[in-house]
Design a protein around this ligand. Structure first.
Ligand code: IPE
Ligand code: IPE
Ligand code: MG
Length: 244
């Protein structure tokens, strides 16, 4: 009986929460400010959310910061975002390191400036021994591109005789994705009222619960995170089965 209860309690709490941080531009426009001001305020919301995640006992937090498709935005905006990203990496890593947060980055690093890539590598190394919260930041990330890269990698392994085509199963495939270190997403939150996935964790979200909130990302608070987790707790996850 006790173990059933424990299982039920564990199931009502997400282990892996992923967030599509949307609405920075609209937050700024509503105040007559340039979009960059919204992105800068969004960076503060990242800090709040990481702290709140730790307090709420989440184990894995994955944040969508810049999509593959976001490269199509005007050069000025992309430059501003990359500048902010650099700033975040320089300013926040020591804090994360001290707070027990381990940071990972997923996405196509080849498109990033080399100085950003090296900041990313340093951050991953410096926080490499931490275990309290696993923070994954998706930058230059696209889920379709990630899946195609995994397929290409497997094809090369088969071509090279390292793997038989018939050996490929879900686990083998998962191992070639950039999220091999993560369990599937339990909860995906999207801010700003949009209700779509925008090429985020397509494989990993196969059975995720989706929570959409009208709050714009720069306004997202620890309390909003807590409410989303509460909403998750009210959902019944069935995975195709029948629950009584
Ligand atoms: C999210 O805010 C941040 C990124 C996608 C980089 P947006 O910049 O998409 O803000 P809106 O959707 O235009 O309000
Ligand atoms: C999704 O937001 C990407 C990130 C939050 C990083 P977008 O604002 O780019 O998504 P669309 O274009 O509205 O789908
Ligand atoms: Mg947007």
């Amino acid at each position: 009986m006790e173990s059933v209860l424990m299982h039920a309690e564990a199931a009502s709490y997400p282990q892996h929460d992923a967030i599509i941080m949307d609405g920075n531009g609209r937050w700024a426009s509503a105040r007559g400010l340039p979009r960059l001001a919204g992105h800068a305020e969004g960076a503060k919301a990242v800090r709040r959310t990481v702290e709140a995640s730790k307090k709420l006992g989440l184990r894995y937090l994955t944040l969508y910061g810049f999509s593959m498709e976001n490269w199509k935005r005007p050069v000025r905006e992309v430059d501003d975002l990359m500048h902010l990203f650099r700033h975040y990496l320089r300013e926040e890593i020591a804090g994360l390191e001290n707070e027990g947060v381990r940071i990972y980055f997923i996405g196509d690093r080849a498109r990033l400036d080399p100085d950003i890539t090296s900041l990313i590598e340093t951050a991953e190394q410096k926080t490499g021994d931490n275990t309290e919260l696993y923070l994954t930041v998706a930058i230059s990330y696209g889920s379709r591109q990630e899946i195609v890269a995994a397929a290409r990698q497997l094809a090369k392994e088969v071509e090279g005789g390292k793997l038989a085509a018939d050996e490929i199963d879900e686990n083998i495939f998962l191992g070639r994705l950039s999220t091999g270190h993560l369990p599937d997403a339990d909860l995906i939150i999207r801010t700003s009222g949009e209700q779509r996935i925008s090429n985020f964790l397509l494989w990993q979200a196969a059975y995720a619960e989706l929570v959409f909130t009208d709050v714009l990302w720069p306004d997202f608070s620890g309390e909003d995170l807590r409410r989303s987790i509460e909403e998750y707790g009210r959902r019944e996850r069935r995975y195709g089965e029948i629950n009584n």
